[in-house]
Ligand binder design. Sequence first.
Ligand code: 3NM
Ligand code: MG
Length: 525
Amino acid sequence: MAASGPKLDLTLYLVTDSGMVSESKTLVQTIDEAIQGGVTIVQLREKTAETGDFISLAHKVLQVTRRAGVPLLINDRIDVALAVDADGVHIGQDDMPLADARRILGPDKIIGVTVQSSEEAEAAVRGGANYVGIGTCYATPTKQVKVEPQGPSGIRGVWEHVLKVPSPTHPIRAVTIGGINAYNAVHVLDSTRTQGNNIALDGLAVVSAIMAAEDPRSAAQKMRAQIRFAMESSWLVRPRVNLASTQELQAVRRAAADVFAQTKSESLTPLVQHITNIVVVNDCANACLAMGGSPIMATEAEEQRDLAPAISSLVINVGTLGKQQVAGMRAAMQQARLHNTPIVLDPVAAGATKYRAQVIAELLRDFGAHVIKGNAGEIAALAGLTEVRSRGVDSVGSGFSDPAAVVAEYSRRQRCVVVMTGAIDYLSDGRSTFAIRNGHPLQATITGSGCMAGTALATFIHSMAHVDPLIGALTGIAAINLAAEHAARRNDVKGPGTFRAAFIDEMYNLSSEQLYDEMVLERLA
Ligand code: 3NM
Ligand code: MG
């Protein structure tokens, strides 16, 4: 690999498109500014240029990239790469075969190959590519692609395969491309990490996110900051509390009680934005207040951008799924991703209708979540399991034979914390799995019990910078269930109506000492 040329760093990979450049700038200026903003490698992609023009442009771009110590690859045209002595080429499946390109360019030039499947990837790796560009992540107007976008989970499948293939240019590297921007960068990098040992892609490739930006420098800076967050600070790489090594359940209970105390204190009032269903909106707002949070229930797409910087966590409850509501959810989730704000997804009645299943699948594909909370039927529908069926919002039947394995498996698949509620609640971050045995049957007699659990999770997962999502989730589930136990014990509670009021009271009255003492926590894995 480019022994003499600039170092191959795929972190932020810019593919050019001269048609997108703002009228006030030249292509070369745009590339220069993008590199100043943090682009680490450039691919010059000119699909229609005459050979002479392509070469003269490549010479100019090369001056900029050489000065910055960033490699320049030429798309498709080996002849142009040779003419200007570029650092390498990037070829697609319909371009010159890899073996010929390698023979012509020699062992030191960088060669990257676009792949859409594990088979294409395997051939590229075995053939000595230095990296693969795995497409197509999301639908994009930038390039006509013959295949359906595969979303991050499809990209991860190819990446996991790539890592198993012996590579003559070891180590093989990879980026993904297609519809990637500062909003989805962290989600894409998090959710393409291999399920086994958590290996991330080497970077992200973009065209329009930088080329079409008014200010390419700041667009690149934003992308770089998001990529840095995903590589260095995401809870997937850096759990705040290392539960996997915490053998003492007492320490986990202490961590939960601390989060609870902090949130209840006057000094911290997490702003919890909800887009939830019309049946429970008032209950959730009151539950949030009672547990030390401040609820915001703003549903319009237009207001999400203004709200986003102040928000501590976001609840997306899909109970009400009008078109306008869904647009609000998408806008809120996009903003939450940009600000690295934790997202709690409540997939109400996930399996009930095709429309509902599709909306949820698209939200997960495009934005993901930090926590997914559902009952057994909802988790079964999301995970594609038939062992448990749901009817409306209620879970039918006794549940899974091995619920802990289901939540752990689904958590690893979604790269998020999964909480499965029921008589016993199961929680997993894919590394550690817990059960909480608190709560009361009266919870099932009122509407909104489950939705308020979603609120509780979000209230205690208020800041990704300070709280591990699993600790926050354990805190929220313990708090809501203990409040239910306390309420059910009261003499003035005669049935669902009085329980509902007492439930909120007891969320308000619960202390961190009670949470620590009364939480019935079991470690399952
Ligand atoms: N290759 P944007 S998608 C150049 O899937 C290219 O192989 C793709 O553009 C592939 O970042 C694509 O603007 C265009 O979505 C990506
Ligand atoms: Mg090509």
